[in-house]
Design a protein around this ligand. Structure first.
Ligand code: BGC
Length: 405
């Protein structure tokens, strides 16, 4: 059965500052990408110059029919040196919020999306016991420009941030970043996990006092499923990778679900994606059902915190495949709503083809970008998603299968 959604359902696309803005030179990632011995194959450089071209990006999203845009505030621009606040950067992000509102896009703001100031990383990043205080100061600094922002995500994918922190503790920065860029990740660091949860809770307190926003954070979900007889290993994998971060959101206004693919858990834990010609450009299995698995898991572990899909998408250079994947994922979303789960919106990753943490090749965007001229080329998937947004109905899978491409 088709499912008509509430009028305030968010239909949008998502980005992060470092992946699109360009020249994020005071950040820890910039330091790792540049210098005499860059540790990732490709640099972010000018990004896709969205720092300057955000009005055009937002106009394309709104013009297609979307009603929301998730973007981030870059801490390294707000506080490029410890304790030194850039008023110009604050004004820039306030202009972005105003532009979104004027374009009819509900802004969903992320305050930390993997990158931070270089000075923060120099102090040990999220493994330093003073990290909470530094982050709280940053949140207090930005909260005056966030008063009328309806949705704020404090930290993106704290479980991946804890994984990076674990890698950094075990090996030099360069090796940790290489591991992140190749997907060969160690387990999340438990101490960093504790610090991140505390930082999230303190940030939430500040934001609830200073703004009218619904506040939450977003978790990277692997949509683990058990191989036959491996239910205990499945529970263990969820315990290690997702559940502490979902449990920390029990009292939040929302939990951000981020799912791309599903992984099998065998006798020795999560199994790497087997090589397959159908895998996406990031090497992940093509699994649109991952979204439904992730939503149900988040709903169950949080005990019913409202869900906002803050990321879902596919790295492909075949836009028809992006539409097929997203249509199928939306059908799984429809089923979770039919089961009674409170889902508040769907934000596709990503608005633009962007810098995928060390690589430019995996393209997730609804909008292509010429990296020499920065010219934007909306793909058919943008018009397609905009049409779904305008209808504000989740049709069944059969409907999408019968649509002409
Ligand atoms: C991150 C994004 C990333 C996307 C695709 C998520 O883990 O939040 O920054 O580009 O997945 O890999």
């Amino acid at each position: 059965m088709n499912s008509t959604l509430p009028a305030e359902f968010l239909w949008g696309a998502a980005t992060s500052p470092h992946q699109i803005e360009g020249n994020n030179i005071a950040s820890d990632w910039w330091a790792l990408e540049n210098g005499d011995h860059p540790v990732v194959p490709e640099r972010s450089g000018d990004g896709v110059d969205s720092y300057h071209r955000y009005p055009e990006d937002m106009a394309l999203l709104a013009g297609a029919g979307l009603n929301a845009y998730r973007f981030g505030i870059e801490w390294a621009r707000i506080e490029p040196e410890r304790g030194q606040v850039s008023r110009a950067a604050l004004a820039h992000y306030r202009r972005m919020i105003d532009t979104a509102l004027e374009s009819g896009l509900t802004p969903v703001l992320t305050l930390h999306h993997f990158t931070g100031p270089r000075w923060f990383a120099g102090l040990g990043g999220w493994t330093n016991m003073h990290a909470v205080g530094h982050f709280a100061r940053f949140v207090s600094t930005v909260s005056p420009i966030l008063g009328d922002v309806p949705w704020i995500c404090t930290i993106n994918e704290p479980n991946m941030v804890a994984t990076m922190a674990g890698a950094q503790r075990a090996v030099p920065d360069a090796e940790a970043v290489r591991a992140f860029a190749t997907g060969a990740l160690p387990d999340p660091d438990p101490e960093a996990a504790r610090i991140l949860v505390e930082a999230h809770h303190i940030a939430t307190e500040i934001l609830k006092a200073e703004t009218d926003a619904a506040v939450g954070w977003s978790v990277a979900q692997q949509s683990f499923v058990a191989a036959p007889g491996c239910e205990d290993q499945l529970a263990q994998a969820n315990r290690l990778w997702e559940d502490p971060y979902l449990e920390a959101a029990r009292d939040d206004d929302f939990i951000g679900t981020q799912a791309y693919t599903s992984r099998l858990v065998g006798p020795d834990g999560p199994i790497p994606h087997p090589e397959d010609p159908g895998n996406t450009l990031t090497g992940w299995a093509y699994r649109p059902d991952a979204l439904g698995i992730a939503i149900r898991h988040a709903w169950q572990v949080t005990g019913g915190t409202p869900i906002l899909v803050t990321e879902n998408g596919i790295a492909t250079d075949d836009d028809a495949r992006r539409i097929a994947y997203t249509g199928a994922a939306l059908d799984h979303l429809r089923q979770t709503i039919a089961e009674g789960i409170d889902v508040r919106g769907y934000l596709h990753w990503s608005a633009l083809d962007n810098y995928e943490w060390g690589h430019w090749r995996p393209t997730f965007g609804l909008i292509g970008v010429d990296r020499a001229t920065f010219a934007r080329s909306p793909k058919p998937s943008l018009a397609w998603l905009g049409q779904v947004a305008r209808a504000n109905t989740l049709p069944t899978a059969e409907y999408w299968e019968n649509q002409p491409c």
